[in-house]
Design a protein around this ligand. Structure first.
Ligand code: ADP
Ligand code: 5GP
Length: 202
């Protein structure tokens, strides 16, 4: 069977909800996913690799990319700029890969307006208390940043109802299984499969 064009998956959720953890588990389960590497003006955290986790760039370079129209979407989040380079997303979709975007809610709204076929998933922790524990446990943010991320989480929850799916990340492996199932369901949507029944209705 000829490989279909891939589907675009938009994953959002508060910082610390476990998106990176769940994405790592998902990438171990499936080899048909390409993770979209964003550009950001945020400095790298210990262990983060340029070109793998993010493209870490300065404000000037970021603004140049905005001016050139190089981003599918971009937004500011807790004082830093983040953007999805458009070209690799389309190249990977055309090559038949499913493309996963880990982006915050303003950027997600831009993508969903431009690409109504995208599948949207909101990942949340079991509770906001647990989110605070995870942010502190990760040990990468100063107290002020943690407060800011928690306040931002509350705002993000107000638009979570616009997403196609909500996954509760209690156990990361279970959350990855659920995301895997959502992607499989996305590949089986009517719009992706109508071509196979066309010969019967002509
Ligand atoms: P995000 O990418 O959404 O900012 P991370 O994947 O960095 O979140 O996770 C934030 C912290 O929570 C990390 O220390 C991670 O190990 C931990 N974590 C992620 N998922 C779970 C889970 N299901 N249970 C407990 N801790 C988790
Ligand atoms: P972090 O700094 O914790 O890696 O990410 C902060 C937030 O930025 C997360 O909610 C993450 O989903 C979001 N993010 C990462 N890359 C992008 C991007 O390219 N565009 C947008 N709009 N948000 C992004």
């Amino acid at each position: 069977m000829k490989r279909d064009k891939g589907i675009l998956i938009v994953l959002s959720g508060p910082s610390g909800s476990g998106k990176s953890t769940v994405i790592s588990a998902l990438l171990k389960r499936r080899d048909d996913i390409r993770f979209s590497v964003s550009a950001t003006t945020r400095p790298p955290r210990p262990g983060e690799v340029d070109g793998k986790d993010y493209y870490f760039i300065g404000r000037d370079a970021f603004e140049r990319m905005v001016d050139e129209g190089a981003f599918l979407e971009h937004a500011e989040y807790v004082g830093n700029c983040y953007g999805t380079p458009a070209a690799p997303v389309d190249a990977d979709l055309d090559a038949g890969y499913n493309v996963l975007l880990d982006i915050e809610v303003q950027g997600a709204a831009q993508v969903l307006a431009a690409r109504p076929d995208a599948v949207s998933v909101f990942l949340c922790p079991p509770s906001l208390d647990e989110l605070e524990r995870r942010l502190r446990g990760r040990g990468t943010d100063a107290e002020e940043k943690i407060k800011s991320r928690l306040a931002t989480a509350r705002r993000e929850y107000t638009v979570a109802g616009n997403y196609d799916y909500i996954i509760v990340n209690d156990d990361a492996e279970t959350a990855a299984v659920e995301l895997d199932a959502i992607i499989t369901a996305g590949q089986c949507r009517r719009g992706m499969r109508l071509k196979f029944i066309q010969e019967g209705v002509m």
